[in-house]
Design a protein around this ligand. Sequence first.
Ligand SMILES: NC(=O)c1ccc[n+]([C@@H]2O[C@H](COP(=O)([O-])OP(=O)(O)OC[C@H]3O[C@@H](n4cnc5c(N)ncnc54)[C@H](O)[C@@H]3O)[C@@H](O)[C@H]2O)c1
Length: 308
Amino acid sequence: MKILVTGGAGFAGSHIVDTLIAAGHEVVVVDNLFTGSKANLNPQAKFYEMDINDPALHDLIEREGIEAISHQAAQIKVPLSIKDPGLDAEINIMGTIHVLEAARKFGLKIVFAASAAEYGTPEYLPLDEQHPLNPMSFYGLSKKVNEDYIRMYGELYGVNYTILRYANIYGPRQGRFGEGGVVSIFLEQMIKGQPVNIEGDGGATRDYIYIGDVAQANLIALTSEKKLTVNISTATRVSVSELYVTMKELTGYPLEATHGPARVGDIYHSTMSNQLAAAELGWKPETSLRDGLAKTIAWGRTVYGDAK
Ligand SMILES: NC(=O)c1ccc[n+]([C@@H]2O[C@H](COP(=O)([O-])OP(=O)(O)OC[C@H]3O[C@@H](n4cnc5c(N)ncnc54)[C@H](O)[C@@H]3O)[C@@H](O)[C@H]2O)c1
């Protein structure tokens, strides 16, 4: 298949591109390099430096003969969404509608990168897909609104879609501002031998999923005929302390972390069920936290210049 990956020069998008190419698909990337980088691009992918809101996007999709879309492009910074909700909406809401219009026009399947941020404070754990969506930022709200648009495009225009609600992703190429940012922050500090500060008591948990598993979910979803909304997660809770200790061991970091105040408004525990993805897509995560962190650290050493 010939697949368009929006945001394919970013962290998640670039891994999805690699996985699709390895599976024998042809890939076209559209990315305006807002946070992405050309260095992430697979040389076998055809790259267009373009905004998803660019009116030329639809012509490009038609000219390239695109058969399906993996829509990963977004502004992902929660604080930026709170500071500038209009900018967030322009990229995340209007941008997604523009991509959806192409899906409608050309009859394309769309796979969408949704987020745990849509759930807000958990009423119960693990969060399943029936859990109410109460986002606490404009970023989370934009993803929730995106989902509603996508399902309505499905109902009104027959657009085929899979909505993947990602847990906290980590892995090589991740910037420090993403949702799974704590791994990339610890990574850089540990490899550079800088002090590590844990915000709060270290007991806060998240569901950390390795990027390779997320890319695999995208590959499967692209050929699924069902209109689905599913969590992509490990269904396990890992505390910041556990993450720190595992990374300390794997990097050989010699210092002890300091503890600062917890971030105001942060959720303490979170994890997401992945039973629906297993049942409907036949997908489950394959990478253990230790293996995923080891791969991430191996990459980190090449970037932060540590040869230990
Ligand atoms: N990283 C996570 O833990 C996580 C969790 C849940 C959901 N997500 C979602 O996954 C997707 C990928 O996130 P990521 O962590 O790889 O972030 P990222 O910032 O690395 O990737 C986003 C990409 O989109 C591009 N982009 C931004 N605005 C654009 C525009 N207007 N036109 C074209 N390209 C544009 C950026 O340049 C970047 O390459 C996003 O939709 C994000 O909301 C990520």
